[in-house]
Design a protein around this ligand. Structure first.
Ligand code: SF4
Length: 403
């Protein structure tokens, strides 16, 4: 079929009009058209040009060739396979340093002093423990397989990899499970021998355990193939491990004594924003890290994470921060402090802490003040479970019953 004319449509696409096989009804003179041989100018048809062609043909009373004959079919380009997501380039330092916030030294000192009086989950079950059981002084120490420094480094990175989106006690228990349940314990050989399912069963309480189980298997292979069976001690190699981000990489380096940067997790990110230590509120932990590293003296980098994490777990909590217990609020150093209205039914005031040994376990009594005159006592019983965890049970008793 010979093309009749070529013109530009309203869509700026070139449109070729073909002669109709039936008697033409067009009133346009054929002589006034310039023809473009279809075969001489093969081209891909777009949806817009095809639509325009169809509209034109309707106006001119022409019929279009059947697709697959002379007219090139509207072929969609095959979808390109998605390339794996490229990791964002890691920025180690800010080009323009962030200025130090006003009175940060005073605030830091107040938090440091308050933290000395608080034992938070991060102190007993933090990742640098590598899932080791805390033992009481009087507990008989069972002979254990001697842990090498390599094993210790592995248990720290494993614990860090399990820690994302997971609370410290759950991470700690999962790491202990790996120690106790993997055929060779929490060692490279143990991870290599275990199946993904076995690893998954041991860590099933942590967030995203399916992915983390696979990542631990990949970790074992990577360490064996690329790092002589040991955890690398440089930032790029750590960041290349599946499931290891900047927070974990910096915390790992701090745990092995390399002061390369600050491990910024959700607590550090939240608290520094509540303290307004950033000129503009930061939206990611990485922004927070870059700001902090540009003004916080380097000798404080190894300790700032643990200090603020414990403070965030016990005082400056994500929801309902305990500004009423916070020394930073008392010193009027926090712009985010708020008045905490105590529940009218129960106003807890720590009156005294009495420790007694009962069956070798501590019995702690806290006196609580309620309203004006009524006084309640909470008896806190600490029991050790088979897993090694200490279970704390609170029982509220009226003063008249407490005797
Ligand atoms: S005053 Fe409140 S918001 Fe500010 S640091 Fe203390 S607990 Fe957090």
């Amino acid at each position: 079929m010979a093309p009749l004319k070529t013109r530009t449509s309203t869509y700026s696409s070139r449109v070729t009009i073909y002669e109709n096989s039936s008697p033409a009804t067009s009133s346009e003179p054929a002589a006034s058209t310039s023809t473009t041989p279809a075969a001489a100018s093969p081209r891909r048809t777009t949806r817009s040009s095809a639509a325009a062609t169809f509209a034109e043909s309707q106006t001119l009373g022409l019929s279009l060739p059947v697709a697959g004959e002379d007219f090139e079919e509207d072929v969609k380009p095959a979808k390109k396979a998605r390339s794996p997501r490229k990791p964002k380039p890691h920025v180690e330092r800010l080009a323009v340093p962030h200025p130090a916030p006003k009175r940060w030294e005073e605030t830091y000192e107040v938090i440091r002093k308050q933290r000395e009086r608080i034992i938070a989950p991060v102190d007993t079950m933090g990742c640098e423990q590598g899932g080791k059981e805390a033992k009481r002084e009087d507990e008989e120490v069972k002979p254990q397989r001697i842990e090498t420094e390599k094993d210790r480094r592995l248990s720290v990175i494993v614990s860090l990899m399990l820690s994302s989106q997971t609370k410290d006690p759950v991470t700690h228990q999962a790491t202990m499970n790996l120690r106790n349940q993997l055929p060779g314990g929490l060692t490279l050989e143990g991870l290599e021998t275990a199946t993904v399912d076995e690893i998954d069963r041991a860590i099933c309480k942590v967030g995203f355990h399916n992915t983390k189980a696979k990542n631990l298997k990949l970790l074992a292979t990577r360490l064996r193939d690329l790092h002589d069976g040991d955890v690398p001690d440089d930032l790029p190699s750590l960041l290349a491990i599946n499931g290891v981000g900047p927070k974990m990489a910096y915390l790992y380096l701090q745990a092995i004594g390399k002061n390369a940067g600050i491990g910024v997790d959700t607590h550090v990110h939240r608290i520094t924003n509540r303290l307004r230590w950033h000129k503009k509120e930061t939206t990611t932990p990485e922004q927070t890290r870059l700001n902090l590293e540009s003004w916080l003296p380097r000798h404080l980098w190894p300790t700032v994470n643990k200090m603020l994490v414990g403070f965030g777990q016990e005082v400056c909590k994500p929801v309902a921060p305990r500004c009423d217990l916070c020394d930073v609020a008392t010193a009027k150093l926090c712009p985010s402090r708020r008045v905490v209205v105590a529940s009218p039914a129960k106003k807890r005031v720590k009156m005294e802490v009495k420790e007694e040994q009962t069956d070798g376990l501590p019995q702690v009594e806290l006196a609580l003040e309620q309203a004006e005159e009524a006084v309640e006592q909470v008896v806190v019983a600490v029991k050790q479970e088979e897993s090694g965890f200490l279970r704390v049970e609170e029982r509220v008793v009226k003063t008249e019953d407490a005797t």
